[in-house]
Design a binder for this molecule. Sequence first.
Ligand code: SF4
Length: 424
Amino acid sequence: MNDLSNTPSFKSCSEQPILKERGQREVFCGLTGIIWLHRKIQDAFFLVVGSRTCAHLLQSAAGVMIFAEPRFGTAILEEKDLAGMADAHEELDREVDVLLSRRSDIRQLFLVGSCPSEVIKLDLSRAAERLTKKYAPKVRVLNYSGSGIETTFTQGEDACLASMVPVLDSTDEDQLLLVGSLPDVVEDQFLKTFELFGLKNVKTLPARSKNLEPKIGKGTKFILAQPFLGDTVEELSKKGAEQILAPFPFGAVGTTAWLKAVAEEFNVREDIFESVIAAPRARAEKAIEIARKHLEGKSIFFFPDSQLEIPLARFLTQECGMKAIEIGSPYIHKGIVGPDLDMLEIGPTLSEGQDVDKQLDRCRESNPDLTVCGLGLANPLEKEGLTTKWAIELVFSPIHGYDQAGDLAGLFSRPIRRGEALKF
Ligand code: SF4
């Protein structure tokens, strides 16, 4: 395992140029974020103002809500509604009225914009203001865009969190804020670790409900749990909060570096830090070792999807011995993924954005052992004989922290083992 106290002995990826592509892209839109956000924020409702396509996307991607009353829905605006904007606003108000009178558990309502040009013309921020006045203080109405024209896949969460920050109350109290939605079980593990460090005032964004939401101000130090939150970082900074920059908590090395950054910021004693992390770190290293046998020396190619690509490539190359050929990401925000880039050895192509045909050519030519890509590309590539991993699974699975490190490595080793078995 690499010693974090040492500066890497190699030249890092942060020193190499980035291939910027602005062609056709194959990525989900930001509406996808609703699938994990509605589980995380338990008193919220996400009302997509959109078309039947949006409703289909949500229903098929989140076909899991059979047993519970769903906390998302689509207000489908038909062409005739859109002929007159005044009518469209009235229609929206009516939908919200029906929803809120039926569902007394809703405390936060998000109006989520989508693609059709008529929807874009609808001023959802004005609608949110109007509806907030009408339903305050019981329900707060906010808006953001999940449109495929403006957002990719994980940017929906960024837009959602960024819409919340300006309305949060202010405080000058010293506190740690954990930013980015994580499965509850993983979030609880991190909160427990911070508690063992002796940190008393730790909050999360998003909070699980409105009454638990954080206040923000000059004493707030925040650390990102997800790398796709550029706009949220900006909003938090506007409120005086300060970012703790760190590699993302994937694997044993990444998690240690991430926790260390927090510990240093809050002056946690070295012996306390070591005693808290020693056992889980050892467990993580052992679990990674098992998957490493199948990953070592294998090559990997990332198509841009979730913005998790750079931190995951850091984990797979540094801790699992893989060789990255290309690391594509929809956006490369050095103010967020800089520490991971510093830990990645120079060499792989770093690409930002997408020109899908050109990228497919590069992928075929390099013939990687594993390709991480969206659902739309996976099947054709598998047919051509390449082994693939769906990027969306990485967003839906618990992968952060020590206790998930083995599972994370397993998500990559399983398709490789399957691919190898099929070749016999
Ligand atoms: Fe499609 Fe746009 Fe609706 Fe997303 S927001 S499902 S890209 S129409």
